[in-house]
Write a new protein. Structure first.
Length: 620
């Protein structure tokens, strides 16, 4: 029976626009065809308080116009928080748990706005019109119950806490008491207005009806807005990527083949740089690009208040979810075995113990990934596969013994001699010119990664210089990035990424609930947050993948959600990016600190490291 009800609710949710319109049309036909001479509810209410029919109609239509104003503002405000692709999608989308703005008053302010609107319509109908808000209230409750099952599974305790303090549908006295706080974040952006303005033309329509006394005038004036919304809703519902800013070049990157599975099984950015730049304390809220999830987990060591882990790719978030499950369900030696640091024949057995900790979408994905689990999840990314291919190639170019001999050098001079005499040979130079060319890198990854890189840039020369610095100048055994590239594993269990080091196991495990995983676009996620929400931002190198205009817009959203004094860090792998002059009064570079940190960057491949600080003395 439960399965049957779930199926019915799923169908009802996916067809909700058609059901709502069907209810409205049915009640209208019954009201005006079956009861054509019956007085409207506004006239009946007017009589009850001693008003003439003339004033009942004038005041009634004026009241309905005011109702349409409130319903429109509420819907556009809520639509700004969630964005049109999520609001209008025929499938449930649950990337973000919205709890701010109108979501402080009701967990479902969009349905509330619609119900408020239909109560206004009921005033214009004869008594049978009361069925309109009643039927739609019942319909909305079914939709909400269906949606909340998914939200409970996705957000767990966070959603449970939200449920306790915020009513499901109709605002309570307690939630109305938060109205002033909620209004402090009131804003309507273009997406929120364009895709939630179906009642706007009804406002002048009902004002006209107040003067003419004819309900038909409001319908004729307002119907184009409703039809436009219905058409747009259907288009976006069938194809959520068609809505709002989801059509940006940044989001279209998701259509490339490289995003169809896990790209990075490990983070290839040195977390110590960000930790030193951030100097996280117990009051900090950290935003981090998920990538391999390693650095998100590393931030927990510094005891932040909260960490948002966001990625465009759901697969990267599935990976983080499984790493978090491994911390929750395994002891330390088992964790090292399961992820792939130590050899093990028991990884599938460990995985079965972890399934109860996984989110439903992650569980569905990992249940079909036996091979990835058996090999160890730190080895399962496309980039790690590329590193394996590079390692095999290096074995042919410089010899397997040299890859190992480097780790036994005691001085920098010894490493310099090995590099000059055995590494930097003709085969290596030809390899970097050909195999590390733009053409080959594009084939292995995607053209979009390098779209904004100057044509004159030499991949080969860049990587030759970076490799030389890593081999000669940087620590070797401690450098787990280089060890993995050359050896296919970390040098030893004494030289692991910081999140896998034994001394941090218990502290990370105890703080996992502070991580909130988000799948989606950074700008869309920031738009769902109130101002002053985040104090530390780790953007990895996402800025170089996007056109300058998207970079600028994302920085503006970043400034809005940032606390005063917030720190931003990001990297330039190939494409130069730093804050443009247009936001210079809010974002100040910390160039000396960035240069000092880059000098000791163990990941060694990045062209530049950017540290910037936000000053909100100039209001946006």
């Amino acid at each position: 029976m439960k399965k049957f009800l779930k199926t019915i609710r799923k169908i009802e949710f996916e067809a909700r626009i058609f059901i709502s319109l069907g209810v409205v049309l049915t009640v209208c036909l019954v009201a005006f065809l079956v009861f054509p001479d019956a007085p409207s509810n506004m006239i009946l209410l007017g009589r009850a308080i001693g008003l003439s029919e003339f004033w009942s109609v004038k005041i009634g239509f004026g009241l309905v116009a005011l109702i349409m104003v409130v319903a429109s503002l509420l819907r556009m405000w809520a639509g700004t928080v969630l964005s049109s692709p999520r609001v209008m999608s025929f499938k449930i989308r649950k990337e973000v748990l919205a709890t701010e703005g109108p979501y402080q008053l009701s967990r479902n302010p969009i349905y509330l706005a619609d119900l408020f609107c239909y109560c206004g319509f009921a005033l214009c109908f004869p008594p049978v019109g009361i069925a309109l808000p009643v039927l739609l209230f019942i319909h909305y409750i079914q939709l909400i119950v269906y949606e909340e099952k998914s939200l409970e599974a996705q957000f767990g305790e966070a959603f449970a806490a939200y449920k306790k303090q915020t009513p499901r549908f109709i605002p309570s006295i307690r939630s109305i008491g938060r109205l002033r706080t909620a209004l402090s974040t009131f804003r309507i952006n273009r997406d929120g207005f364009r895709h939630n303005a179906q009642y706007v033309l009804l406002i002048p329509g009902f004002i006209v009806s107040a003067f003419t006394g004819n309900f038909l005038h409001a319908i004729l004036i307002g119907i184009p807005g409703v039809l436009d919304w219905a058409i747009v809703h259907t288009k976006i519902g069938l194809n959520p990527a068609a809505g709002g800013r989801a059509k940006s070049k940044t989001d279209r990157l998701m259509q490339s083949k490289v995003f169809k599975d896990i790209i990075y099984a490990q983070c290839w950015e040195d977390p110590e740089m960000d930790r030193k730049a951030f100097r996280i304390n117990v009051s900090d809220v950290v935003f981090s690009i998920t990538s391999g999830g390693c650095n998100t987990l590393a931030f927990l060591i510094d005891n932040p208040k909260k960490v948002f882990a966001l990625d465009l790719s759901p697969y990267q978030n599935f990976l983080l979810d499984l790493k978090m499950a491994a911390f929750r369900g395994l002891d330390y030696p088992e964790l090292l075995e399961f992820v792939g640091v130590l050899p093990s024949a028991k990884r599938l057995e460990y995985y079965r113990r972890l399934t109860k900790y996984l989110q439903p979408d992650s569980l569905e994905y990992w249940n079909g990934q036996r091979r990835k689990i058996e090999q160890g999840i730190i080895h399962c990314g496309r980039y790690e596969w590329y590193m394996g291919l590079l390692r095999k190639t290096l074995t042919l170019l410089v010899g397997k013994s040299l890859l190992q001999d480097l780790f036994f050098c005691k001085t920098q001079e010894e490493r310099q001699r090995l590099y000059d005499n055995r590494w930097n040979n003709a085969r290596w130079k030809v390899f970097t010119k050909v195999c590390l060319s733009r053409t080959v890198m594009t084939l292995l990854f995607t053209k979009a990664f390098f779209q904004y890189l100057e044509e004159s840039f030499s991949f080969g020369a860049h990587f030759r210089e970076k490799v030389k610095k890593a081999l000669v100048s940087l620590p070797l055994r401690e450098n787990y990035f280089l060890a993995y590239i050359l050896l296919g594993q970390y040098y030893s269990t004494d030289h692991l990424p910081v999140y896998l080091q034994k001394e941090h196991f218990e502290s990370i495990k105890s703080r996992l609930d502070r991580i909130k995983i988000v799948t989606g676009n950074s700008a869309d996620f920031f738009r769902s947050l109130p101002p002053d929400s985040i104090s530390r931002f780790n953007f990895s190198n996402i800025f170089e993948w996007m056109p300058p205009e998207d970079f600028h817009h994302l920085l503006l959203e970043t400034i809005r959600v940032a606390q005063d004094g917030s720190i931003l860090t990001y990297r330039n792998l190939l494409v130069p990016r730093s804050r443009p002059a247009s936001v210079a009064r809010w974002i100040e570079p910390r160039e000396q600190l960035a240069a000092e940190l880059l000098e000791n960057d163990r990941s060694f491949i990045y062209r530049a490291y950017i540290v910037e600080q936000i000053s909100k003395s100039h209001v946006l």
